[in-house]
Ligand binder design. Structure first.
Ligand code: ASP
Length: 355
């Protein structure tokens, strides 16, 4: 009899374990990975060489390098592209945005992870922040070292990104980027080092939070407009208007601005010196462009700080827009999206304040 009770207890215990694993399994979030390439999918001939090729490894190989992710999430993957992000394009960015919007209300997806090269990650992150319509977490992740490197940073970054994407507390915080334990908002982040693992910083506004081996700590919600509150949409959009960035420096040739207009730019962003400044001849060229209906935004080549209106030049008279918090590359994204609809100058200025 004692033996039968013992066996019965063992069966019960086994059942309990099976049931609880199943219950835990049920609570695992569903994460959709959209892979685009980058160094995280890069490969080199040896573990210690600086030369490598981006976008060599597929999504399956990346996930297989971190089997622990399967303990924290149910993963599905789609290969959107496999390029170094120097070759990222509006075509690919539109594909990612449309896929996210398509799956945003699906019960099969609790969060999105986009693997991406770091070079232009801030552009894609900021673009998605403007045009994806979901409160579900959208997380970009990459790495600075290729998958074959000694101390590759990709696997842990991917693990952390999946943990953030599956965290209900990450909802409503807009598009974020997870790398090297830091969670950045798409609005604040920028790449600051060509080679260092700690390459992303969030000057001015600061981090959204931190993560450590999948344990997340969130500090804030972004205060600008994004996601469901954004007025921008890419439904039916296949092409974005041309917007050029022109770099300002000592004695810059002002005819670059005229040439940009002649080549059909609908918008121009000046990576100005200091508070969005440029030589007088360049300012005059910007005013000429503005008179022709081209939207000209003054941003800055300086790493931090805002570009204010009417500070050292008269934006009202010249017909210019100040970029406020946005660096040139993000200004270009915002202007490209804003130009999808005709808007007056003051409306454009408000957009640069709100987003
Ligand atoms: N050139 C690479 C890329 O952006 C660099 C990286 O991913 O870190 O794809």
């Amino acid at each position: 009899m004692k033996y039968i009770i013992f066996q019965f207890r063992n069966v019960l215990l086994t059942l309990l374990v099976v049931i609880s694993i199943d219950v835990l399994g049920q609570t695992k979030p569903n994460i959709l990975i959209l892979a685009t390439g980058g160094t995280i999918a890069g490969a080199a001939g040896s573990g210690v060489q600086s030369g490598y090729t981006s976008g060599q490894v597929t999504i399956d190989a990346m996930v297989n390098a971190v089997p622990d992710v399967l303990k924290v999430a149910k993963i599905k993957g789609e290969q959107i592209s496999n390029v170094g992000s120097q070759d990222m394009s509006f075509d690919i960015m539109l594909k990612i945005a449309k896929r996210i919007n398509e799956m945003a209300n699906s019960n099969d997806v609790d969060g999105f992870v986009i693997t991406h090269g770091t070079d232009t990650m801030e552009e894609t992150a900021y673009f998605l922040n403007l045009v994806t319509k979901t409160d579900k977490p959208v997380v970009l992740v990459g790495s600075m070292r290729p998958s074959t490197a000694v101390s590759a940073d990709g696997p842990l970054n991917l693990y952390n990104a999946i943990a953030v994407a599956g965290d209900p507390n990450a909802k409503g915080r807009g598009v974020v980027l997870v790398m090297n334990d830091w969670i950045h908002s798409a609005q604040s982040l920028t790449k600051v080092s060509t080679t260092a693992v700690q390459t992303f910083m969030s000057p001015l506004r600061g981090l959204i939070g931190v993560t450590s081996y999948g344990v997340n700590d969130f500090y804030r919600y972004p205060d600008q407009k994004f996601g469901n509150k954004s007025e921008f949409s890419v439904d039916g959009v296949t092409k974005l208007p041309r917007v050029d960035i022109i770099y300002a420096d000592v004695d810059m040739p002002a005819d670059l601005i005229d040439a940009s207009v002649e080549h059909g730019a609908k918008g121009i962003v000046i990576a100005g010196v200091g508070n969005g400044n440029m030589p007088k001849a360049a300012l005059e060229a910007c005013a000429r462009a503005s008179k022709k209906g081209v939207i000209v935004v003054r941003s800055t080549r300086v790493a931090t700080g805002t570009v204010g209106r009417n500070v050292e030049c008269n934006d009202d008279e010249l017909g210019l827009v100040a970029s406020y918090n946005l660096n040139p590359q993000k200004s270009r994204i915002l202007l490209s999206v804003a130009l999808l609809k005709p808007r007056k100058l003051d409306e454009m200025q408000k957009i640069f304040i709100d987003y």
